[in-house]
Design a protein around this ligand. Structure first.
Ligand code: SF4
Length: 511
C-alpha cells in the first residue's frame, strides 16, 4: 500500500482546526515517542490537542502487542467508545502501533466502527487516512511491511521541555524467540549520525538538557545504515556518544536498550570518557541460565554478561546498572532459575524490570513444549523479586550521605503530595524525592538542584537535607511557559528507498 501525507491548507484545514484529538499510548518508549510524532502530525495538519478531561473528536490508540492480554485491553477500550461513536458518527477512532500491525483486518472485524487502522510504518499517513475515512465514510486500513521514511522526519510535538527521546534506529535484526518486535517493526534501519546529531542540536537549542538515544538494539547502531553511502561502522555507536559530548548545553545523555551480545569495549570507554554520558546502563539479562538463553536465541552467555558489568564498573565505579528478566521461559528448570538468581546476586542491579513469561501468539516460544506451570512461574517470580528488592535496598542505602545532582521532574511518584517533597532524577537515573526548602515556588521541572541523600527505599531515595544549590535553566523557563520542543520536518532526513520484506519471526520485547 502507498503512503501519501496531505498537509494542505483550504477547507480541509479549516475543518480540522475545529476538531480535537487525544492519543492514548500503550507499551514501550518507542510507542511513547511514536505518540509524540502522531500528536505532532495531527497538530501540523491543523487539529487541536484536546484537554485531558474533554471528549475529543478523534481518539488515536497507539497499541502494544508485547504485554499480556494487549488485544483484550484494546477491544475493551474500543467498546467503551462504541456508544459515543454511535451517537456522533463524525467522531473518529484510529488504531495504530504494534497490535494494529499484527492484527490488521481483525481490528475492523472486532470493532467495525473504527475509522482508521494504520501500521507501525504508516504513522505519516494518519492525517490523510482520517480525511479519507471522513470523506468516503468507509474505514481506511494502511499497513506497510517495511519502513520507507525514517520516522524522525515526521513532525513531533515533545511532551517534556527538558528531556527528549531521539531515535537512532528502528527495527531489530535479532530473533529472540519470545519477541514479536522484529516481525512488527521490521529489520534494523540506522539513521545517519549527522541526522541524529542535528536532531539533538535542535532539541538542545530549544532548551532540552537530557536526551535518550533510542533503538531496539541501540548498540548495534552502524551496521544497517539506511543511507547506502554511509559506510557500515561497528564503532559508530561509541562515536555517536562522543559526538554528543561535543554539544554545548547538552547535560545528560542516556541510551536504551543495548544488547549484551553486541556490547563492545569502545562503548564503555566512550561512556567513561564523555562527561555528559550518564553513569548508568540498562542492559537486559532475560535469563542467567545459558541453556535458557540459547532457547531464547540470545547469543551471549551469563559469563559474558557479568564480564561486561565488571568492565563497566571498573571504568565507571558509581554506574547504576538495571536490567530486564523473564521468569518461567518454556523449559526453565529449578536449576535454570537458580542460575538467574546467581547472576542477579552477582550483578547487584540497582533495579530490575521483572516479567512472568506468558505466551505471545505469533512467537516461536509460544509453540515450545514444556511451558512452565503458572503457579511455578509465580513462585519463582516472587523469589526473584524478594532477592532483587533486598539488593536494591542495600544499593540505595549505600547512597545515603552522597551528594546528588537532580534534574527536577514532573509527575514522578505521589510522595510529593503527602510530604511537599519534589522529585528528580540523579545522573545515574535513580529517582530522588527531595525537600525543596523555602524556595519551593522558584524550583521548576527542568531546573537542576544539588542535594544530599538522607534516606533510601528499594525504588527511590529521599533527600531531606537543605539544598546545596538550585540552578534555573532554559528548560525550566520553557516548562514554566508551557513551551514544548518540536522536531521533525526540515532536519534533512533521508528516505529509505524501496520497501523490503519484513523479518518473518520473533516476539514480545520484554523491555
Ligand atoms: S528482545 Fe526483541 S527487540 Fe530486543 S533484541 Fe531480541 S528480538 Fe530484538
Amino acid at each position: 500500500m502507498t503512503s501519501v501525507v496531505t498537509r494542505g491548507g483550504d477547507a480541509a484545514t479549516a475543518h480540522r482546526s475545529a476538531r480535537t484529538f487525544q492519543v492514548r499510548t500503550y507499551g514501550c518508549q518507542m510507542n511513547v515517542h511514536d505518540s509524540e510524532r502522531i500528536a505532532g502530525l495531527l497538530e501540523e495538519a491543523g487539529y487541536q490537542r484536546a484537554a485531558d478531561s474533554a471528549d475529543p473528536d478523534i481518539v488515536v490508540f497507539n497499541t502494544c502487542a508485547v504485554r499480556e492480554n494487549a488485544d483484550n485491553k484494546l477491544y475493551g477500550n474500543l467498546s467503551h467508545l462504541a456508544p459515543r461513536k454511535q451517537a456522533d458518527p463524525d467522531m473518529q477512532i484510529a488504531v495504530g502501533g504494534c497490535l494494529a500491525q499484527k492484527d490488521r483486518d481483525t481490528v475492523l472485524r472486532k470493532a467495525p466502527y473504527v475509522d482508521v487502522v494504520f501500521g507501525t510504518h504508516n504513522i505519516g499517513s494518519l492525517p490523510a487516512l482520517l480525511d479519507r475515512a471522513r470523506h468516503n465514510r468507509t474505514a481506511q486500513v494502511e499497513i506497510a511491511e517495511a519502513l520507507r521514511e525514517f520516522p524522525s522526519s515526521l513532525p513531533a510535538r515533545r511532551e517534556s521541555a527538558y528531556a527528549a527521546w531521539v531515535s537512532i534506529s528502528v527495527g531489530c535484526n535479532n530473533t529472540c524467540t519470545f519477541c514479536i518486535v522484529p516481525s512488527l517493526r521490521g529489520k534494523e534501519v540506522d539513521r545517519r549520525p549527522g541526522d541524529v546529531l542535528a536532531e539533538v542540536q535542535s532539541l538542545v537549542d530549544q532548551g532540552v538538557l537530557e536526551i535518550t538515544l533510542l533503538g531496539q538494539n541501540v548498540n548495534a547502531y552502524g551496521v544497517s545504515f539506511a543511507d547506502l553511502d554511509q559506510p557500515r561502522d561497528r564503532g559508530a555507536f561509541a562515536k555517536l556518544l562522543r559526538a554528543c559530548g561535543q554539544i554545548d548545553g547538552l547535560e545528560r545523555v542516556r541510551f536504551t536498550s543495548p544488547h549484551p551480545a553486541e556490547f563492545t569495549d569502545d562503548v564503555i570507554e566512550a561512556m567513561a570518557e564523555t562527561p555528559n554520558v550518564c553513569p548508568t546502563l540498562h542492559m537486559p539479562l532475560q535469563s542467567g541460565s545459558d541453556r535458557v538463553l540459547k532457547a531464547m536465541r540470545r547469543s551471549y552467555r551469563a559469563e559474558k554478561y557479568l564480564g561486561i558489568i565488571d568492565r563497566v564498573r571498573a571504568a565507571i565505579p558509581h554506574a547504576a546498572i538495571t536490567t530486564d528478566i523473564i521468569v518461567g521461559f518454556p523449559g526453565e528448570t529449578e536449576e535454570d532459575f537458580q542460575a538467574t538468581l546467581d547472576v542477579v546476586a552477582a550483578a547487584r542491579f540497582s533495579s530490575a524490570f521483572t516479567f512472568q513469561y506468558s505466551k505471545r501468539p505469533g512467537t516461536p516460544a509460544a509453540e515450545l513444549p514444556d511451558q512452565v506451570a503458572k503457579d511455578v512461574v509465580s513462585q519463582r517470580y516472587q523469589r526473584l523479586i524478594e532477592l532483587q528488592e533486598t539488593i536494591s535496598m542495600e544499593e540505595n542505602a549505600a547512597q545515603i550521605g552522597r551528594t546528588v545532582e537532580l534534574l527536577v521532574a514532573t509527575g514522578e511518584g505521589r510522595k510529593d503530595v503527602a510530604t511537599a517533597r519534589m522529585s528528580g532524577r540523579a545522573r545515574d537515573g535513580r529517582l530522588v524525592h527531595f525537600a525543596p526548602g523555602p524556595d519551593v515556588a522558584a524550583i521548576r521541572p527542568g531546573d537542576v538542584v544539588v542535594t544530599t541523600v538522607t534516606g533510601a527505599a528499594p525504588h527511590h531515595l529521599i533527600a531531606d537535607a537543605t539544598l546545596i544549590a538550585h540552578r534555573r535553566t532554559r528548560a525550566g523557563d520553557a516548562h514554566e511557559n508551557g513551551q514544548r520542543p518540536s522536531t521533525g520536518t526540515g532536519l534533512g532526513m533521508p528516505g529509505i528507498g524501496a520497501p523490503a520484506q519484513s523479518a518473518p519471526v520473533a516476539a514480545g520485547c520484554a523491555r
